[in-house]
Write a protein that binds this ligand. Structure first.
Ligand code: NAD
Length: 318
């Protein structure tokens, strides 16, 4: 297939790009950075001209995998205008060009769209239809929910062929830890630096190693049946649930650091869900299964951060 990946230089985009290349797809990646990488072009998805040019120059694509966007809860609270603009206008630009060139669209949403429904039940894909802006807990979730709403609208009313992906807690080597990033990144990085880190009491998640996640996306691309007029989405993640306190203890065990580094605090009453229980049955029905257990994936992340911390010790992180 001829595939366009937006957000190709991001954490997931980079791996998906390589995995699709390995499968001999003809892949073009776009992202914000100006660079001479192979099969890569700079394009800002909020500029219609940038998006239009890629379609025109390549005589369209068979599929667009749309990962580009502003990502993360805290990011959305601190930069809401940028988040809403990029995630809505960028998505709309891609929808318009996909319609023009009869291109399938794979839209990246987030598990966050389920919002307060996590407090009530194990969520399923079709729960999308009871979701609303008043049910989500942060601007990021709102921007992705509206993005899904747009995609569904163009599927229902204009003949767009599309599928949605709702990633759950993807982790792996390659992220620069900060307060904008996941608990795994913050725990590992701080532990290796011998710095204390906070852990939310009562919180629980199931983490998905990035290679398993990319396999999930490829499974969907290969096996999902795109139907005219029907919008569907898939929860993509594992069911290896772990209390966040236990995750922190595991990080300390694997890094050999003392338990005093872990500071347990109450779960904030805003912007975040305590537990995220969900069904991944729909993805498993396509033949997908987890292959990297948390302990193994965590060790890979730790090894990666060890290299980073060593570099920082010999230079200076800003
Ligand atoms: N990583 C996760 O656990 C997770 C969870 C839920 C949802 N997602 C979704 O998956 C997708 C990929 O996530 P990620 O973790 O790789 O994030 P990431 O931040 O690493 O990658 C996003 C990429 O989009 C690019 N981008 C931002 N604005 C752009 C624009 N205007 N034009 C072109 N490119 C632009 C960024 O430069 C970046 O490379 C995102 O849509 C994200 O919301 C990820």
């Amino acid at each position: 297939m001829k595939i366009l990946i937006t957000g190709a230089l991001g954490f997931i985009g980079k791996r998906l790009f390589s995995a699709l290349k390995e499968q001999k797809h003809n892949v073009l990646g776009v992202d914000l950075v100006i660079a001479d990488y192979d099969d890569y072009i700079r394009a800002d998805i909020t500029y219609f001209e940038d998006v239009w040019k890629q379609f025109k120059d390549n005589n369209g694509f068979d599929m667009v995998i749309h990962l580009a966007g502003e990502v993360g809860r805290l990011n959305g609270e601190e930069y809401p205008q940028r988040m809403v603009y990029v995630n809505e206008i960028g998505t709309l630009n891609l929808i318009k060009m996909c319609l023009e060139y009869n291109t399938k669209l794979v839209y990246f949403s987030t598990s966050e769209v389920y919002g307060t429904l996590f407090d009530e039940k194990e969520v399923k894909e079709e729960d999308f239809y009871v979701l609303s802006p008043s049910r989500v807990t942060n601007v990021y979730a709102m921007s992705k929910l509206f993005g899904e709403g747009l995609v569904r609208h163009y599927v229902k009313n204009y003949g767009l062929l599309a599928v949605g992906i709702r990633p759950f807690m993807v982790y792996g080597p390659g992220i620069i830890a900060s307060r904008y990033k996941s608990a795994i990144d913050q725990f590992v990085y701080n532990a290796l630096k011998n710095k204390p880190f906070t852990v939310h009491k009562g919180s629980e998640r199931a983490w998905c190693y990035v290679d398993d996640f990319v396999n999930g996306v490829i499974t969907i691309i290969n096996k999902h049946e795109f139907k005219l007029g029907t919008y569907e989405a898939y929860n993509v993640g594992t069911q290896e649930y772990i209390a966040t306190e236990d995750l922190a203890k595991l990080v300390l065990e694997l890094t050999g650091k003392p338990s005093e580094l872990m500071k347990i605090v109450e779960l904030p009453d805003k912007f975040i869900s305590g537990r995220k229980r969900f069904s991944n049955e729909k993805l498993r029905a396509l033949g997908w299964q987890q292959s990297v257990p948390l302990r193994e994936g965590l060790q890979k992340v730790i090894n990666w951060y060890k290299g980073m911390v060593e570099n920082e010790n010999s230079s200076n992180r800003l």
